[in-house]
Design a protein around this ligand. Sequence first.
Ligand code: 13P
Length: 252
Amino acid sequence: MRRKLVAGNWKLNLGPAAAAKLARQVALGVPGLDRPPEVLVCPPYVSIPAVAAVLKDSAVRLGAQNCAVEDAGAFTGEVSAPMLAEAGATHVIVAHSERRTHQRETDDDFVRKIDRAHAAGLTAVFCYGERLEERRAGRERDVVRAQLAAVLPRLASPAPANLVLAYEPVWAIGTGETATPEQAQEIHAFSRGIVGELLGNDAAARMRILYGGSMKPDNAVELMRQPDIDGGLIGGASLKAEDFLAIVRGAI
Ligand code: 13P
């Protein structure tokens, strides 16, 4: 049985003080739950030490939103996976559509980043998903297959223990438009089949696949009730403790 994972991607929001405050609220809200899912928050780099201090003795895990393709060297402005691990992170998001678009990151970058993350002992959360025009053209399955096939088989050590997938249809991110539970389940089941082809059936059965894209308290339960949806990667609604904890409570 796959344990659900509810992850907050805080994106470019919350400096150290505000991030520590939200992390404290989340950490206080989780232990009261009966069967809590795994819970993860991903602040901006600069807020990681402050959040790590707050979460030190809590069940809430800490992730970064990106890492460098190298561990160290002349790469101005970069932050590496070993540094993130030293700062207290256990996870790192890779290949978010915003980085695919704004930073023009490529499949080669994702392979290198995930391998660096694994070597540092981090779990990678690998994002993929089609754009609006691709869905309109009926190409979502082709896009999903291509994005997964371009990365997963090239990784040095891909395994359900160190890799989580996050299906994030780009047209649903920050738009208020969510994939219906049926639309999401269809692609999740399809993705699991691809993982089976690429990494084997055992890995496919154990790999967690999160849904991301306008997940809110009022749609989270239905989405996460689908058999192949193993949790959520939440942007906007993760910035309010009350909303994020409501989604956490819905992850059964
Ligand atoms: P929203 O929940 O704001 O749509 O963002 C989803 C997302 O991109 C999470 O990584």
